[in-house]
Ligand binder design. Sequence first.
Ligand SMILES: [Zn+2]
Length: 314
Amino acid sequence: MNAFKFIPIVLFLIFFNNEFSFSQVEKLNHSLKELEYIEKTTYSSESVNTRIRFVVIHYTSTNWEQSLKILTKADYEVSSHYLIPESFDETYKEKNLYVYKIVDENDRAWHAGESSWQGRNHINDQSIGIELVNNSECYYQPDNKELNYKENYLCSFYDYDPKQIQLLIKTIKPMLKRHDEIKPTHIIGHSDIAPNRKYDPGPRFPWFTLYQNGIGAWYDNEIVDKYWQEFTTIKMPTILDIQCALKSYGYKINLTGIEDKQTNAVVRSFHYHFRPWDTKGDIDVGTASTLWALLEKYMPNVIDANSKITCVKE
Ligand SMILES: [Zn+2]
């Protein structure tokens, strides 16, 4: 019976609460009408950088028509910021080659997938992706898959159209002014950021031509020679040293101290980028000398006076 005494109190509370919130909303609406929103750009902070850090180069593995379909239709769930066609492609109907911007640079394109560079993951979040129409492709020989991980895939790599490369250079150059975080070692291939599953843009991609046009990283021959001398006359770095060096440069690699499958994939990607005449992924004195020359040029802090690499922390 006592419970009935509380009913009026409960009803009052409900009523009062409704009244209360109703009048608050009214007040807020009223004040929004009174106040005009004006955004001023009188002051700007100097403490700012661009969200874009990396440029990732890809090949599409197919012709213009298919590339465009795959990179623009929702079904495929892949995209890039730019798509550049090549000459002599029968499916490309325009008279001239154009650069197609299919995703705004401020938006996130889906080109990198699971990826890592210089300790950063989720490269789609912080990069511009550029797809080049080129028919190169790699595939596994199904019946040979487990025999030898170095030999069990087949690649057909095709030269890039020089006009397409000129357009690429013209695409990237102004980008470097727009995004001050894109440093030379931040311009990379898909295989650099996902070495165990990607082969693009492949060993035919002209990284040195880009470098000659102020884009990306390249080594100085005399520094390679210096390390070549040192490594052949004094001591070749250990596998662990080389893993540390690859990791310091940007590759994701576990420091196992043995020349294992993941090391082979990373070294193959490194070769695609910097030593494209030898793409088996075997470590040799040329690999180590090139890697050390790049580190001396772009990350001098990681090499000590005895050419020892300070390994970056996990
Ligand atoms: Zn790719």
